[in-house]
Design a protein around this ligand. Structure first.
Ligand code: ADP
Ligand code: MG
Length: 449
């Protein structure tokens, strides 16, 4: 279907269910050039009166045209209506016609889609989808075919949302996706998930970003996927799991923010298996971000892709608490580590000396973000950190600060910045974003200059 003569449009035409009526319908409408010409004369929402129609067809007799109009009315393609018009002193009764809903479809069938205005095409496409699903559903239920056997939501999601966008990635993000419900600030819900926020920010910065996660295929999971894909992130590396439940987090603001997430422990909102496709994509990517997820999988991944590559690792608090050994195995691959103060504190409680124990396990660069106080950078073999101050800013909602920080940090490094200046920009941009409500804040580009 490459050249224009051979290309097809997705028309749906509605036909009578009764077979004989269907045959009559087809032969009446499609075998009559005049019927089609009359049909083509109409615009979607405009009436035409009999005299105007007759005038448009000088080659045909009035009788033929009137008979054709009658036929189109009987096929329910046109509706007719009498009107009174003033002609001089006389009031005359005239017959006028307009397209029925069905008629609009047939009218479209004989128009060049290229000539339709955008709004009409939009209405048309929406209707095509709606009508199509409705008809298919009715048809199937008549034959007792269960919906699940022909509508596979997971499959539809994959087709529409998870179309591969990029062949080569700048960065691939591993992490979670979630629905964040703010209990404070008047029960507002936002799509979030730390990894997803990072991916969205990287994509907004113009990087070819891939996101590896797990989506449930209910309304929440699909909307979550859409919220990420619409930002230009390639989610073809993610898993759509019809048996998974969505991850839903409640967030309570206060002196200390409380975040609690509920998800299926057996099917967490992260990837749990390394497909060959995923490994291959990572091999070709310029950078990898490893957020919350399965740490043993990260170890395996880094081993498989090998080589010199920017790897930024931001382990979750849960991983540090319950899977420390696996976290340390990731450390041995020498990623750049980003922690906030709470996570640094968890390491201290596990007996870690900062930065010595990190260096001992193979870390060359450790960045600890300090909220309102900015961040500090430890670079092997120095024991004293380099401190980066945060600017004083309005803070409405600090959720997602670390995600903005991480994304900007990676972006700057890929642009060739060194760790210190990347951290400076990351601090500045993260701090400036906190007057916005919600976990996925817009970056203020001027802070990157
Ligand atoms: N209250 C604040 N005032 C100014 N900047 C902040 C504040 N909280 C966070 N930031 C900025 O966001 C960055 C990351 O915040 P932080 O709270 O340390 O991470 P996380 O979001 O992972 O807990 C900080 O380095 C800082 O630049
Ligand atoms: Mg914080």
């Amino acid at each position: 279907m490459s050249n224009k003569e051979n290309s097809f449009w997705p028309f749906i035409v509605f036909m009578p269910i009764d077979v004989d009526k269907r045959a009559l319908f087809l032969s009446t409408l499609f075998s009559s050039k005049i019927a089609i010409d009359v049909l083509r004369l109409f615009k979607w929402n405009e009436d035409l009166c009999q005299s105007d129609i007759v005038k448009s067809f000088r080659m045909h007799s009035n009788k033929t045209i009137i008979a054709t109009l009658k036929k189109l009315v009987s096929l329910n393609i046109l509706s007719e209506e009498y009107r009174f018009e003033e002609r001089g002193k006389r009031r005359v009764k005239v017959k006028c016609y307009r397209l029925t809903e069905l008629g609009k479809w047939y009218n479209l069938l004989f128009r060049d889609p290229q000539e339709l205005d955008r709004d009409t095409v939009k209405i048309y496409l929406t209707e095509v989808v709606r009508e199509f699903i409705e008809r298919i559903t009715n048809f199937a239920s008549k034959f007792s075919i269960p919906q699940s056997s022909y509508i596979d939501i997971a499959d539809i999601a994959r087709t529409f949302l998870a179309k591969p966008r990029y062949k080569d990635f700048d960065v691939i993000v591993f992490g979670s996706n979630a629905l964040d419900v703010y209990i404070t600030h008047g029960y507002k819900a936002f799509f979030g998930g730390s990894g997803a926020n990072v991916a969205v920010t990287l994509s907004r910065l113009g990087l070819k970003t891939g996101f590896a996660s797990r989506f449930s295929t209910d309304v929440i999971g699909l909307q979550s996927a859409y919220s990420i894909a619409r930002e230009g992130v390639d989610i073809s590396l993610s898993v759509f799991d019809r048996n998974a439940e969505p991850s839903i987090c409640s967030i309570v603001h206060g002196d200390k923010i409380k975040i609690e997430c509920r998800y299926d422990r057996g099917r967490p909102p992260v990837v749990t298996e390394l497909s060959e496709k995923l490994v291959e994509a990572c091999r070709k990517a310029k950078a990898i971000y490893l957020g919350e997820g399965i740490n043993s999988l990260y170890v395996k991944l880094i081993r498989e892709i090998g080589g010199e590559k920017l790897i930024v690792y931001r382990p979750s608090a849960e991983a540090i608490q319950y899977f420390l050994e696996e976290v340390l195995s990731v450390f041995r691959q020498s990623p750049i580590v980003i922690l906030n103060e709470d996570k640094a504190e968890l390491f201290s409680r596990k007996g870690f000396d900062i930065p010595k124990t990190f260096y001992d396990h193979g870390i060359k660069h450790l960045i600890i973000t300090l909220g309102s106080r900015g961040a500090k950078i430890y670079s092997y073999p120095q024991t004293e950190p380099k401190k980066i101050e945060a600017p004083q800013t309005e803070v409405l909602d600090p959720i997602g600060a670390g995600d903005i920080f991480s994304a900007v940090f990676i972006y700057m490094l890929l642009r060739g910045a060194d760790i210190e200046s990347a951290t400076e920009k990351a601090v500045k941009t993260a701090s400036a974003s906190l007057s916005q409500l919600g976990p996925r804040k817009q970056i203020i580009i001027s802070n990157l200059a």
